[in-house]
Design a protein around this ligand. Structure first.
Ligand code: 4AD
Ligand code: MG
Length: 433
């Protein structure tokens, strides 16, 4: 029996005959030799077929099979330092499982972004798109491993919710039963606060939705967020966690994805510098920094993308900005006891202009204050009674944050746009495929 071996296992089969199940990716020919580039999902390998090594009809078929036909090949695994991936496959047989139509739409030359997005279902087979999604998987594993090791319990939040968490302007409304309205979740945070009071340290990780009419390279209408929450935690504890977490997951991806990062042409030296301590600036200090750089900015405004980029350019590590004006932050943030105009919130900005990857902070733990906030923000109190119960029954200082998976991945991979960092992006102007 000749074993069926995937490409990521080739190092265990050097000089042995194996079968590979995959697809024909590309082809070159040089007289009596065919170079058949094969992919199997785990990698890419060059298969070499000499005319004299196979029956004539097999050689002819291999020479004319359309790209992306599914194929099963047999050959001997050869170590080859020059080959991408380190191996070649010396082919002895080539069987077409199902021929592809000859008009496969994606060629290895450049296509425009819109064309590629419309062919996303095929595009994910290729190059940087494929590598990015591999890194995404490893990043998700690193995130889950981190929280498991730190003793966090995974308690997931619902996707249908009765109310807003991050402001009413970015809610997707859906019809629920009996003429009720429901909203797609903007954040699992409020539910994580309940869970933290039950389990101590918790996190949720899932899709979240924002109806922002925003077309920037940082915005998706559906994105994934991981949200840890801790009971008996202050803003400083939240910042310490955010810093260690980002450090650990970046280092793990550097270890697990060297080939993907190389294919993505990522300058990994920049990522290696992501080590604690990260700079921490008060909002006030960040504003001062912008003024020093000659940028116009009034105290009290929120940072836009150009401001975030200008701040992050000053550092070669992620930077934490804390104590924002309360007026620009969500209703649940705890006011700074030193200066109640400020909220005990924190954002983390990634280096190299990738912008905010984390938002979080310490939560208001006083019942009276939250009741006022709910009123001030025009929210319906009856929707939040359950949330207020958390302050009625055993309230403690607590906090956490949300990290946007796609923005973090865009930064780690050096991808320009977050739409490349989710398998099937949902944006203002796109819901296909
Ligand atoms: O800053 P945000 O809105 O914070 C929250 O939702 C908190 N309730 C989280 C918490 O404390 N548990 O969102 C958190 C992160 C942002 O820093 C960003 O990385 C990402 O989610 N994010 C988006 N990513 C892609 N597209 C969008 N439209 C995003 N909006 C936020
Ligand atoms: Mg934010």
């Amino acid at each position: 029996m000749i074993p069926v071996v995937s490409l990521d296992q080739f190092d265990r089969y050097v000089d042995q005959e194996i079968q590979l199940q995959g697809w024909l990716y590309n082809r070159r020919s040089k007289g009596k030799i065919l170079f058949l580039i094969l992919r199997d999902g785990t990698g890419i390998v060059q298969g070499v077929m000499g005319k004299k090594d196979v029956p004539d009809e097999v050689f002819e078929q291999a020479a004319h099979t359309p790209y992306e036909s599914s194929v099963i090949v047999r050959g001997i695994v050869k170590k080859d330092k020059r080959a991408p991936g380190g191996f070649e496959l010396w082919l002895k047989d080539f069987q077409v499982q199902r021929p592809a139509q000859p008009d496969y739409p994606i060629s290895l030359k450049e296509h425009g972004p819109d064309f590629l997005l419309s062919h996303r279902h095929l595009w994910i087979r290729h190059g940087k798109a494929h590598a990015t999604l591999k890194v995404r998987d490893k990043l998700i594993q690193a995130i889950r491993r981190y929280f498991a090791q730190q003793g966090f319990v995974n308690v997931d939040a619902p996707i249908f919710t009765p109310s807003a968490c991050e402001g009413t302007t970015t809610l997707f409304e859906v019809d629920y039963f009996d003429d009720q309205k429901a909203y797609l979740t903007q954040s699992g945070q409020l539910y994580m606060e309940a869970a933290a009071m039950a389990f101590g340290k918790v996190y949720c990780f899932g899709p979240t939705f924002r109806a922002e009419k925003s077309k920037t390279r940082r915005h998706l209408s559906e994105f994934w967020m991981v949200e840890p929450e801790m009971a008996y935690a202050t803003l400083d504890d939240v910042m310490d966690l955010a810093e260690d977490f980002v450090y650990q997951i970046v280092q793990e991806v550097l270890e697990t994805c060297p080939r993907e990062l190389e294919l993505l042409e990522r300058d990994v030296e920049k990522l290696k510098k992501v080590r604690p301590p990260f700079p921490r600036l008060r909002y006030d200090e960040a504003v001062e920094l912008l003024h020093k750089k000659g940028m116009e900015f009034s105290w009290g405004d929120d940072f836009g993308a150009p401001h975030e980029t200008a701040i992050s350019q000053e550092f070669d590590k992620p930077v934490l900005i804390h104590r924002y004006p309360a007026a620009i932050k969500a209703f649940y943030m705890k006011p700074d006891p030193q200066d109640p105009r400020l909220a005990l919130g924190v954002d983390m900005l990634a280096p190299e202009g990738y912008g905010e990857i984390i938002g979080g902070g310490e939560r208001a733990d006083s019942l009276e204050f939250l009741e006022q906030q709910i009123q001030k923000h025009g929210l319906r109190k009856e929707d939040f009674e359950w949330y207020l119960d958390l302050r009625r029954y055993g309230s403690v200082p607590h906090g956490g944050f949300g990290l946007g998976l796609e923005r973090t991945l865009a930064w780690i991979c050096g991808n320009h746009h977050v739409r490349e960092c989710i398998p099937f992006p949902r944006m203002m102007t796109r819901i296909y495929p």
